[in-house]
Ligand binder design. Sequence first.
Ligand code: PMP
Ligand code: GLN
Length: 385
Amino acid sequence: MLTSKLPSVGTTIFTRMSRLAAECGAINLSQGFPDFDGPQALREALARQALEGNQQYAPMTGLAALREQVAAQVARLYGRLVDAETEVTITPGATEAIFCAVQALVRPGDEVIVFDPCYDSYAPAVELAGGRCVHVPLSLPGFAIDWDLLESCLSARTRLIILNSPHNPSGALLSSDDLRLLAGLIREKPIYLISDEVYEHLVYDGARHASVLAHEELYARALVVSSFGKTYHVTGWKTGYVVAPAALSAELRKVHQFVTFCGVTPVQAALAEFMAAHPEHVEELPGFYQAKRDLFCSLLKDSGWQFTPSPSTYFQLADYSQIRPDLDDVAMAEWLTREQGVAVIPVSVFYQQPPAELRLVRFCFAKRDETLRAAAQRLRTCGER
Ligand code: PMP
Ligand code: GLN
């Protein structure tokens, strides 16, 4: 009988909820992906690359043209000059990047700090490396790091801290003060960082994303992960990247070359071409998604749903305790999908130990305005029961 290496892992909540949405014909605000296409010029570039471009393996570290675009963007946005050759690695999605980074850093017996609610791929990657996750809950209601609690969770075995800002599912942001506090806390300790910044450009209300890339001391021990899927509305293209100092990039690449070796060539070429021609795309993203957030929030205003507009990401949390206080969030997500025709993600699944009073579900607002209107109409109706 096979003994599972991941006994407590099942099919992810994203797969389950998207499947249930399809079965029930519900509007799918669960799994995070846009229901609109990426920019036309980007799709045309891919079509051209697929017809006429190089069909063979990309370099293991990614196409030079794309790595150079990433390096240029990092310089422009965060003021860091990185070497495209030694510090930027293109990966088939941020998920692969995180997995490889964890395998490169974590040894059997090591402890890894993750903050709950925490993205679902972190803990299995740590377990497969023989490490142990130490789950540090973020403080409610703002999902902030409790610095005293974090300090008390560090030990001689702590090898890695996985940060995620802008944060999925809450939309909370780390500030540059947070990064300063973190730097002070780990200064004398041999602790590395993975900074998952896949929603780096989706930041609202004039706030700025405090990237680890902009922090000299933290960057020296960090692998910073991002995803073209989120930035260019093409999650199905599964292409991401890691920016890290040369020595850390070298260790990451040792793993990456035996997990997938390289990403898809025409996709990388198309992204490089589009980034070079349209640097304004990332500048326009906050306005584009903030309008969607504001529309969705205004449509749900004065219903039974309680929420504060999400500061970032394309997710909005909402408290449903005035609507169905009798249901836990998993049952609520199922009821909303089956009975009300709107699929959502329960928040408790992102916790090792969810707070007992948690009555939150997550909506993805990366949707056409008509989708948001149709969903909100159904959500208002159930709010009025
Ligand atoms: N990290 C977070 C926090 C995410 O929300 C996602 C989204 N899917 C990923 C990583 C993975 O990104 P990708 O689709 O590029 O693998
Ligand atoms: N990151 C996406 C979300 O949070 C899901 C990606 C996936 O399905 N693995 O919804």
